[in-house]
Design a binder for this molecule. Structure first.
Ligand SMILES: [Zn+2]
Length: 428
């Protein structure tokens, strides 16, 4: 009997606790910003208070005087940054040997452990949302990293993921091994439209938000300055992939660095062009008309070019000039440009925010560069109602820097306050 009573009491307490938890008032915070760039208004505003209730922004203005104060009066507050091209499962692959070693000598489990650290680094650099564009041979590990972040198991940005990516036989590493030696691949290998369709279905089944394709390979600079390539998929295959993804309400990101890869991707109707070192004027025109995004990933190219030129291959510096010309023509053509870095393609110990300085060097205003990583990137992800600006009702994703990004964009490499969904991950 006694046991029964205490059990009943315990049960009653449980009921009471859960009822209490459901009606609990969300935590209220007031963030006092010396300067606010909200990502929506053109001009910065001085001495603004952002009211945060629970995960969301409740008000932006004078503040109500209620709640715990976070003093950022010497800082510039900005919307949480968004990187639309990362690889948390990769840890730098300047040479083919670096890449092969990760796939041959590291288990997926080990790589996933490293990925959790990379995800935390991304958040600490100020990237509160990322689109992770394939696991490079680590299967569906990105889906699990995303799940662990969403379940509060590990800190990290909110993620959209692409899982395994697609390419054709013979086009993607690991290559160069003897025919009788089975080696892993950095992608899911597909040949033929039906095979490609099946892979799209499979990847979506196991958690892909995006479908990633590699549309070209084997780049060479022609004497007329055009960066040429070997396209990987047939048009039939590429169209099947885009059709199947779109039919299932998913979008397609295409790695396309040069002439044919970009052209075929645009013709097939992909949603984003990744890298786009060379894009013909006619394709830029079509991208602008059809709303296809350009994610230029400049820094990673500059990073490997400088290294490789010093090692005796100056052609990489010429490729950088081609990229700059394309970037400037894309801006002139009115193509939508979103911030993406290819982090993971370079070591996660390097702050991906270095990309901003290159965008400004190549002709963007600091405000345009910042928008590419906030409101524009949010639009690319289809999350413009949730993130990308500091506005009532949106997730409280807020970062701060000790300076004025409109005067010196490189201050974004010194993010010292990070809040994601109302939780503080870094403080000055
Ligand atoms: Zn990439």
């Amino acid at each position: 009997m006694k046991t029964f009573i205490s059990a009943a009491l315990a049960l009653a307490c449980l009921f009471f606790e859960s009822a209490f938890a459901q009606t609990a008032v969300p935590r209220v915070l007031q963030i006092k910003c010396g300067t606010l760039i909200d990502g929506k208004n053109e001009n910065a505003r001085k001495n603004i208070t952002i009211m945060v209730e629970g995960e969301r922004i409740a008000a932006v203005g004078e503040g109500s005087g209620k709640g715990e104060v976070i003093d950022l009066s010497r800082e510039t507050c900005l919307p949480g940054l968004i990187d639309t091209h990362t690889h948390v499962l990769l840890q730098g692959d300047i040479t083919a040997a670096d890449y092969d070693a990760q796939l041959l000598k590291e288990s997926s489990e080990y790589r996933t452990i490293v990925a959790t650290v990379n995800a935390r680094r991304a958040l600490e650099y100020g990237f509160t949302t990322i689109r992770d564009l394939e696991t490079e041979g680590a299967g569906y590990a990105d889906v699990d990293v995303k799940k662990a972040i969403n379940n509060g198991v590990i800190p990290g940005p909110r993620m959209q993921v692409a899982t395994r990516a697609l390419d054709v036989t013979g086009a993607y590493p690991l290559t160069g091994y003897a025919p009788n030696v089975p080696v892993p691949h950095g992608v899911q290998v597909v040949d033929g439209a039906d095979d490609a369709r099946k892979a799209v279905r499979e990847q979506i089944l196991y958690g892909a938000d995006w479908i990633k394709v590699y549309s070209d390979r084997s780049y060479f600079l022609r004497s007329d300055g055009v960066l040429d390539d070997i396209p990987t998929f047939t048009m039939d295959e590429l169209r099947a992939i885009v059709d199947e993804a779109h039919r299932e309400k998913h979008k397609v990101a295409s790695h396309a660095m040069a002439l044919n890869g970009v052209h075929n991707s645009v013709e097939a109707g992909v949603d984003t062009i990744e890298h786009g070192n060379y894009i013909a004027d006619a394709d830029l025109k079509k991208m602008a008309a059809n709303g296809i995004w350009y994610v230029p990933t400049i820094f990673v190219g500059a990073y490997v070019a400088e290294g490789r030129a010093k090692a005796g291959a100056p052609v990489w510096l010429k490729m950088l000039d081609v990229h700059e010309d394309t970037f400037r023509r894309a801006m002139k053509a009115g193509v939508k440009i979103a911030f993406g870095t290819d982090a993971g393609g370079f070591d996660w110990g390097i702050d991906p925010a270095k990309e901003f300085a290159y965008m400004v060097k190549w002709g963007m205003t600091p405000a345009q560069a910042l928008r590419s990583a906030t409101s524009s990137a949010a639009e690319l992800l289809g999350m413009q109602d949730q993130v990308g600006t500091i506005e009532n009702g949106k997730f409280a994703d807020i970062v701060a820097v000790p300076g004025d990004p409109s005067a010196d964009i490189s201050v974004l490499e010194r993010v010292d306050f990070v809040m994601k969904a109302g939780t503080v991950y870094r403080k000055p």
